[in-house]
Ligand binder design. Structure first.
Ligand code: TYD
Length: 137
């Protein structure tokens, strides 16, 4: 997908006591971190997300378990990424439609965001998203 979506490999550190991944804003993710939240306890048949953000960029990491994320750019490109490693993330730029699904029972999906929460910057209707993308051409 030629729209900035990319997999990020974080350095896996650790010693005989166990492993550690460190994620710093502007270093390991391409933005200053303003918010984190995490999603867990979703059934396997649940689809979450289903929105685009006008301003927020995100990095998603399954720190435990696994899930999938489908990303659509509104211009006919879509891709599905499997998140199943605590040291792998996916970078999602602003203005892509995302859907998270196929959550394993033990899934903990960490979401790192570039902006504080603002419900007004969420586009939750797919048709609206398509219209906005196409009007921006
Ligand atoms: P929602 O965006 O629907 O979650 P998901 O994208 O995983 O499907 O968020 C669920 C609820 O939580 C919704 O009422 C908005 C609220 N919320 C906040 O108040 N702050 C936040 O940072 C987020 C992500 C959600």
């Amino acid at each position: 997908m030629d729209n900035g979506v990319e997999l990020l490999e974080f350095q896996q550190r650790g010693d005989e006591r166990g492993k550690m991944v460190i994620i710093e804003g502007l270093k390991d993710v391409p933005f200053e971190i303003k918010r984190i939240f995490y999603i867990y306890g979703s059934d396997e048949d649940v689809i979450r997300g289903c929105h685009a953000n006008r301003n927020s960029e995100f990095v998603l990491v399954n720190v435990a378990g696994k899930s999938k994320v489908k990303v659509l750019d509104g211009k006919g490109n879509e891709a599905v990424f499997s998140l199943n490693r605590p040291h792998t993330g996916i970078y999602l730029p602003k203005m892509v439609w995302k859907e998270m699904f196929a959550f394993s029972k033990d899934s903990v999906l960490l979401c790192i965001a570039s902006e504080a929460y603002d419900p007004l910057e969420y586009i939750r209707d797919y048709e609206d998203f398509i219209k906005i993308i196409n009007s921006e051409k």
